[in-house]
Design a protein. Structure first.
Length: 210
């Protein structure tokens, strides 16, 4: 009798060797789940972009993008986020080499650039609100604050996540679970860069040309 199809003495059901089962890579479900999350976040931002596309020219007699946007400040802010993505890439290179201290240094630089981005965005919002350009002023401003604010909230959450991972790596080192978390955060951070390029182009540049 073939051992692969031996019958158990009690239940009469076939017994299969463990080798017949499919092996799954450790952490594969985590990465797949995170990809699914990113796709759902894409849908959220697509709806926000669509909303801004519909409402972005409804000024209700209030200020227009040309009146509000300082492209030089926005360009500086954009460079902060893009530089943070580059430093995160350098951090992941150090992960591959097993250099914890160098990785932590690049993550700290990423956090500083991210904090600069959020700070400049908060300054922009505060200046606009001080001048009376609040979300309640027009449909354009409502859509603007919702889209840009949602992106800024994501960056802020990413900074908290980054700080948490730096503490975990400092305590436990580059164990497989921490490496997977760093990879997921990297995908999240680069995703926010792509979204911001869309915001910079669609909201700021095109808005200033109207």
């Amino acid at each position: 009798m073939n051992d692969d199809h031996a019958i158990s003495a009690t239940g009469g059901s076939p017994l299969f060797h463990v080798a017949d089962e499919h092996e799954h890579a450790a952490g594969g479900s985590t990465l797949l789940g995170f990809w699914i999350y990113l796709m759902s976040d894409c849908i959220v931002f697509a709806m926000l972009f669509a909303t801004y596309g519909v409402l972005g020219t409804n000024y209700a007699g209030g200020p227009t993008p040309r009146d509000l946007f300082d492209l030089r400040l926005v360009a500086v802010n954009t460079s902060m986020l893009l530089l943070s993505s580059i430093t995160y890439g350098f951090a992941m290179l150090q992960v591959q080499r097993g250099r914890v201290r160098a990785m932590q240094g690049w993550l700290a630089a990423t956090a500083l650039f991210g904090l600069a981005f959020v700070s400049i965005e908060m300054h922009e919002f505060a200046h606009m609100i001080h001048d009376g350009a609040t979300p309640a002023r027009s449909a354009f401003l409502s859509a603007f604050f919702t889209l840009v604010g949602t992106h800024g909230l994501h960056v802020s959450i990413g900074l908290v996540w980054l700080a948490t991972l730096m503490i975990q790596v400092g305590r436990r080192g580059l164990e497989p679970a921490n490496v997977r978390r760093l990879e997921c955060l990297g995908m999240f951070w680069h995703f926010l860069d792509v979204i911001w390029i869309g915001v910079f182009t669609f909201v700021y540049l095109m808005g200033s040309l109207r």
